[in-house]
Design a protein around this ligand. Structure first.
Ligand SMILES: Cc1cc2nc3c(=O)[nH]c(=O)nc-3n(C[C@H](O)[C@H](O)[C@H](O)COP(=O)(O)OP(=O)(O)OC[C@H]3O[C@@H](n4cnc5c(N)ncnc54)[C@H](O)[C@@H]3O)c2cc1C
Length: 283
């Protein structure tokens, strides 16, 4: 069993990974090899100690270089669920993967696209956040796919290869994915409705799509949707100064714990969370 599973490859998750590595702990870092869109997209960073006026892309390259030198690999899988057992955690991830650990550090950032009405209520009942986990359930069916970033277009492609019809609602410009069964609609989703399962997606302006399933493809999902029983306030994970959450053995760091949304705060909390996890493991 692993000592820790880190969810998120931004500054908070990377800082936690470096600290765990330096202390000889076993862990995996779930995220993206490109690390974080919020690093890549920054034009110029002038407030990170020691790196004056660095571009987001150079900062990202420096972090990737540091991870490579420390032989820390980013496992490119999205965590889809965190389950707290008596004294351990099960984490499920894309591609039918399951991991087991004694602690978890949640460093998943904040999703700027808020959940719409009915989204979380129908999660697992027709609403899904993960194409590779649930795509097969919608073979030859009609689905709506809300995609917030071009980086997730491969998931749309995968879903289109299975479904009979895909209503694609992109939140970005320059959509490249196409197919005979894909209908692009440039409108924001507003409300999910249904009975036992999601059946309808209403769009801004009133158009309604009758669907068998709805995929909300986002960079990150809300912490409460990922971890059952986690204390969350105004969308942020509640933590103490040691980055401890209300669930024993589960720590949180970075933007997901609240403002200020800054690299230095994220890296600092990643370090604090890792030390708290090490202390917890020692007990
Ligand atoms: C355009 C822009 C410019 C900015 N400029 C500055 C600046 O100049 N200075 C500054 O201090 N701050 C700046 N920020 C803010 C800064 O980017 C964030 O505060 C910082 O990136 C937060 O780090 P984090 O590790 O908490 O989260 P993120 O950097 O958001 O990283 C979280 C990572 O976790 C991944 N993830 C989420 N859910 C899962 C899951 N379920 N499984 C696996 N992985 C998951 C995400 O895909 C993401 O890669 C800027 C932000 C933006 C958007």
């Amino acid at each position: 069993m692993l000592d820790c599973i880190i969810i998120g490859s931004g500054p908070a998750g990377i800082s936690a990974a470096l600290t765990l590595k330096a202390n000889g702990k076993s862990f995996i870092l779930l995220g993206k090899k490109s690390l974080s869109a919020k690093i890549e997209k920054a034009e110029l960073i002038s407030n990170y100690p020691g790196l004056y006026a660095i571009t987001g892309q150079d900062f990202c390259a420096a972090l990737q270089d540091q991870l490579a030198r420390e032989e820390i690999e980013v496992v490119e899988q999205k965590a889809t669920g965190v389950y707290a057992m008596k004294d351990k955690f099960f984490v499920t991830a894309e591609g039918d993967n399951t991991y087991e650990s004694r602690t978890v550090i949640l460093a998943s950032g904040v999703e700027t696209v808020k959940a719409i009405e009915g989204e979380e209520a129908f999660l697992g009942r027709g609403v899904s956040y993960c194409a590779t986990c649930d795509g097969m359930l919608y073979k030859d069916k009609t689905i709506a796919v809300f995609c917030t970033t071009k980086a997730l277009e491969h998931e749309v492609e995968y879903l289109a290869s299975l479904a009979k019809k895909v209503y694609l609602l992109p939140l970005y410009k320059g959509v490249e994915v196409e197919g005979e069964n894909i209908e692009k609609i440039v409108k924001m989703p507003e409300k999910v409705e249904g009975g036992l399962r999601a059946e309808r997606l209403t769009l801004k302006g009133g158009q309604t799509l009758e669907v068998d399933g709805i995929f909300m493809l986002k960079d990150s999902v809300s912490p409460s949707a990922l971890v059952g029983g986690l204390a969350v306030e105004n969308g942020h994970v509640v933590v103490d100064r040691g980055c401890k959450t209300n669930l024993s053995g589960l720590f949180a760091a970075g933007d997901c714990t609240g403002r200020p949304y800054q690299y230095a705060k994220a890296a600092g909390e990643g370090n604090v969370a890792a030390h708290a996890a090490i202390e917890y493991l020692a007990k």
